[in-house]
Design a protein around this ligand. Structure first.
Ligand SMILES: [Fe+2]
Length: 225
């Protein structure tokens, strides 16, 4: 009888594909233009329920964000892709019916890093499937990696970095993952540049939208439930 000595596979997986050829000419410049025009750049307090910053962390996380209403207005092709071809891919990945958000406040948002003291908060997601479109190239050695802990108990960048999957942003690459258990964040840039990602919330038949948002989260993010 064969003895199975294979190590356990990591729980965290992602599926990636290059959708750059599906996007309109000049899409990267359109995204960067909107990021430059409309980014709400400030120090954000950590997110209730979902933060996975160290318990000793204080002071918020400096980053930029473009809200979903601006994305819907200024990047209509991205909003259409979110509800169209990207959703179709998401459904293949999930293996079950996938829905987009009913709530326009968290359909597609842009996250922006443009200075060396900016990064994204260590956190977990509420939705069962996240789509992330990298909109800039941030090659190895320049920072901005999406970093996902294999250890679901990790707190803060140092613990996440200790044992993690690392994805280097490449414009046009779309990744799907379930980020509900594995803490993740975007590392700071280590060279002058810009990092922009489009974050898309998807929901499945088994985990519908209504079941995913902790009470009080919308008040924290948007000022009302
Ligand atoms: Fe996330």
């Amino acid at each position: 009888m064969r003895k199975d000595t294979s190590p356990a596979l990591p729980h965290f997986r992602w599926t990636g594909l290059d959708v750059g050829g599906l996007l309109p000419d000049g899409w990267r410049a359109e995204v960067s233009g909107l990021a430059a025009r409309s980014s709400d750049t400030r120090r954000y307090p950590v997110t209730p329920f979902l933060t996975r910053e160290s318990p000793f962390f204080e002071g918020g996380v400096h980053r930029g964000r473009v809200r979903a209403d601006a994305v819907e207005r200024d990047l209509p092709w991205l909003a259409e892709s979110y509800r169209g071809v990207f959703r179709d891919f998401a459904e293949e990945v999930a293996g079950e019916p996938v829905r987009t958000s009913h709530d326009p406040r968290y359909s597609v948002v842009l996250n922006i890093l443009s200075a060396p003291d900016m990064r994204f908060e260590c956190h977990v997601d509420t939705n069962p499937l996240t789509g992330l479109l990298f909109c800039t190239d941030n090659p190895q050695g320049t920072g901005g990696e999406l970093t996902v802990a294999h250890d679901t108990a990790a707190r803060g960048p140092a613990e996440i970095d200790r044992n993690c999957a690392v994805l280097h942003p490449r414009a046009g690459h779309l990744v799907f993952f379930d980020g509900r258990r594995n803490p993740h964040y975007a590392r700071a840039l280590t060279a002058p540049g810009l990092r922009v990602t489009a974050i898309m919330n998807y929901y499945t038949a088994s985990v519908p939208e209504e079941s995913t948002r902790p009470r009080g989260l919308n008040t924290h993010l948007f000022g009302q439930e």
